[in-house]
Write a protein that binds this ligand. Structure first.
Ligand code: CP
Length: 291
């Protein structure tokens, strides 16, 4: 695999192989690269989990992370993303992890001779989040033959789009819950009432209300969000015994999910973060060439 830009470009076999390898890595079956590898993590949009779990994955694999501070770089003087990445290619980086606020920013990087791993592009794709979500689902159920509801700010969510692409390809039945202002119009997206599906789904995937991508018009929706669209104690008690709750985080506690449910038995939110390291190690091995 040369780049990882979106889930669309991965076959079901490739997805399953990345997950299988991530589970092997989680079980301790990995070795640091013997030959020196250098990866730069360019985060032009804020991040805690993706940035730090890539750094953790790189350190566990013996990869040197080249620090990159967007504000202190020549991007702030107007240098293009292409010229910045070409510079990192020229000084000897082996791969770049990039998060960028623009959808499909990577289209401007065609012609570079360095692998790109997409750490999230605007409202477009978040492939490594999707892969860690898939790993967590597969670890729990051993199958993707599942009923899944994705609930929240679908319109602005790259996680919803990546997971819909991947989960439907793998055989899951995916439905969405969202207030009208957060719905993303797509012929294959089916919107349902949360209370109509809460007792029959295997996975409840909650998404963050992305205040930073909204204008003020959205603020009136927030007031009623938890009661209509959030996971609260009443809905939690209706879940199937073996259902799980997921959220890519960061979580708006008491908006998408009542605060006391974040670490409740059915929540795998922190397991998702743990699995993010193993998934990213699996992807880095694939991109850089496993020895
Ligand atoms: N889930 C996720 O992408 O979190 P960060 O924005 O903290 O990386």
């Amino acid at each position: 695999m040369r780049n990882l830009l979106s889930m669309n470009e991965l076959s079901t076999t490739e997805i399953k192989n990345i997950i299988k390898r991530a589970i092997e890595i989680k079980n301790g079956d990995y070795k640091p690269f013997q030959e020196k590898k250098f990866v730069a993590n360019l985060f032009l949009e804020n991040s805690t989990r993706t940035k730090l779990s890539f750094e953790m994955a790189e350190r566990k694999l013996g990869i040197e992370s080249i620090p990159f501070d967007a504000m202190g770089s020549s991007l702030s003087k107007g240098e293009s993303l292409y010229d910045t990445c070409k510079t990192l290619e020229s000084i000897g980086c082996d791969a770049l992890v990039i998060r960028h606020p623009d959808d499909a920013y990577y289209e401007s990087l065609e012609g570079l001779n360095i692998p790109i791993i997409n750490g999230g592009d605007g409202s477009g794709s978040h492939p490594t989040q999707s892969l860690l979500d898939l790993m967590t689902i597969y670890e729990t159920f051993g199958t993707f033959d599942l009923d899944i509801v994705i609930c929240g700010d679908i319109r602005h969510s790259r996680v919803a789009k990546s997971n819909f692409q991947a989960l439907t390809k793998l055989g899951s039945r995916v439905k969405f819950v969202a207030p009208e202002v957060y719905q993303y119009e797509h012929e294959d997206y089916s919107y349902v009432n949360f209370d109509d599906v809460i007792s029959s789904v295997d996975v409840v995937m909650l998404l963050r209300v992305q205040h930073e991508r909204h204008d003020n018009v959205m603020s009136d929706v927030i007031d009623e969000y938890n009661s209509r669209y959030g996971l609260n104690e009443t809905r939690y008690n209706k879940l199937k015994d073996n259902a799980i709750i997921m959220h890519p985080a960061p979580v708006n506690r008491d908006v998408e999910i009542s605060s006391e449910l974040v670490e409740r038995d059915k929540s795998v939110i922190f397991k998702q973060m743990e699995n993010g390291v193993y998934t990213r190690m699996s992807v880095l091995e694939l991109i850089l060439g496993r020895e």
